[in-house]
Design a protein around this ligand. Structure first.
Ligand SMILES: CCCCCCCCCCCC/C=C/CC(=O)SCCNC(=O)CCNC(=O)[C@H](O)C(C)(C)COP(=O)(O)OP(=O)(O)OC[C@H]1O[C@@H](n2cnc3c(N)ncnc32)[C@H](O)[C@@H]1OP(=O)(O)O
Length: 281
C-alpha cells in the first residue's frame, strides 16, 4: 500500500488500523502512533503452520514491507500457543502435490521473514516448538511470556531440522549451544531460554511483550533506515543465498525424507500421542 494511502487511512481511522482482514488466518494491525505493524497468527487451536497459514503469513509480511511500517511484531491470538510448528497433518500420509506446495511455501515464508527489510520482533505469548521457534528466531528480537516452552524439537519426532532452520537458530545461539540443543531436540522453558540467550527478554503478559518489542524497534528511530536494512541484509545474506541456491534440492530432500516408511511411522505415533494427550485433558 502506498504511503499516501496509508496517511489518508490514518486520518480516517481511530488509534489502530486493521490493514488486512481479507484472510482469517493472520491479521495485520498498524499502530498509528508508532507506525509499527502487529502481525497476528490466528489458526486455532495451535497455529499449526499448514499451507494456508504459511501463504497468509507471507502475504502479510509482504503487506508490511509494502506499507512502509516502521517494524513488524509477530504474535498469536491464542492465549497459550505462539505456534505449534508445522502442521504434522501436512507431512503425515501427504498428498503428493500439496506437500510440494507446502514445503515450497515454507521456504518462501522463511525467506520473506528472515530477509525482511523492516525491524522484526516476536512477542512469544505461548508455546513455540519447532516451526514456531523457526518463526521466532527468524525475527531480530524475542520477548516471551513465562511458563511456556520454545525450541527445535525435531529429533524428538524422528525428523531432522533442515540447514536453514539451523541458520535461524545459529543467528541467535552460539554454535555449541545450538548444536547440543538440536541434537537433543531440547525444549527450553521461558527462564531457560532467557538464560541461554534464545530469547532477549521476558514479559508478564502479551501486552507487555508487545510493548517491549515496540521499545526494541524504537531503538532504530534515529538510525538511517536504508543503512540499517542493508546492514541487516549483509548479516543474513549468506543464509538466504544458500537456501535460494538450493531450493529445489532442499525440496527433494524433504520429500524423500518425509516419505520414508520409518519417518511416516514415527509421525503417526507422535500424532497419536498428541491426540491421546488432548483427550485426557
Ligand atoms: C542428511 C540430512 C538430511 C536432512 C533432510 C531434511 C529433511 C527435512 C525433514 C523434515 C523437517 C520437518 C520440520 C518440521 C518442523 C516442525 O515444526 S514439526 C512440528 C513439531 N511440533 C510439535 O512437536 C508440537 C506438538 N504439539 C504440542 O506439543 C502441543 O500440542 C502444544 C504444546 C503446542 C499445545 O499443547 P495443548 O495446548 O495442550 O494442545 P494439544 O491438546 O496438545 O493440541 C490440540 C490439538 O492440536 C493438535 N496439534 C498440536 N500440535 C500439532 C501440530 N504440530 N500439527 C498438527 N496438529 C497438532 C493436537 O493433536 C490436538 O488435536 P485434537 O484436538 O486431538 O484433534
Amino acid at each position: 500500500m502506498m504511503r499516501s494511502k496509508v496517511l489518508s487511512l490514518v486520518a480516517r481511522a481511530a488509534s489502530n488500523r486493521m490493514m488486512s482482514t481479507a484472510t482469517k488466518l493472520t491479521t495485520v494491525e498498524v499502530n498509528d502512533k508508532t507506525g509499527i505493524a502487529t502481525l497476528t497468527m490466528n489458526r486455532p487451536p495451535v497455529n499449526g503452520l499448514n499451507l494456508e497459514l504459511l501463504q497468509d503469513l507471507k502475504s502479510s509480511i509482504d503487506e508490511v514491507e509494502g506499507n512502509k511500517s516502521r517494524g513488524l511484531i509477530l504474535t498469536s491470538s491464542s492465549s497459550t500457543i505462539f505456534s505449534a510448528g508445522l502442521d504434522i497433518l501436512e507431512m503425515y500420509k501427504p498428498d503428493k502435490d500439496r506437500i510440494r506446495a507446502f514445503w515450497t511455501q515454507l521456504q518462501e515464508t522463511w525467506l520473506a521473514l528472515y530477509g525482511s527489510s523492516v525491524p522484526t520482533a516476536a512477542a512469544i505469548n505461548g508455546h513455540s516448538p519447532a516451526g514456531g521457534c523457526l518463526l521466532a528466531t527468524s525475527c531480530e528480537y524475542r520477548v516471551m511470556v513465562p511458563n511456556f516452552t520454545i525450541g527445535l524439537n525435531e529429533t524428538q519426532l524422528g525428523i531432522v531440522a533442515p540447514k536453514w532452520f539451523m541458520a535461524s537458530f545459529l543467528s541467535v545461539l552460539p554454535q555449541r549451544e545450538a548444536e547440543r540443543a538440536l541434537n537433543q531436540g531440547r525444549m527450553f522453558t521461558t527462564e531457560e531460554a532467557l538464560k541461554v540467550g534464545l530469547i532477549d527478554e521476558t514479559a508478564n503478559s502479551k501486552e507487555e511483550a508487545i510493548e517491549k518489542c515496540v521499545a526494541f524497534i524504537g531503538t532504530f528511530a534515529k538510525v538511517n533506515p536504508l543503512a540499517r536494512s542493508l546492514t541487516k541484509q549483509q548479516f543474513r545474506a549468506a543464509d538466504l543465498q544458500q537456501l535460494q541456491n538450493e531450493r529445489q534440492q532442499d525440496l527433494e530432500k524433504f520429500l524423500f525424507f518425509v516419505n520414508q516408511p520409518a519417518v511416516q511411522k514415527g509421525l503417526g505415533i507422535y500424532l497419536e500421542g498428541l491426540k491421546k494427550k488432548a483427550k485426557k485433558q
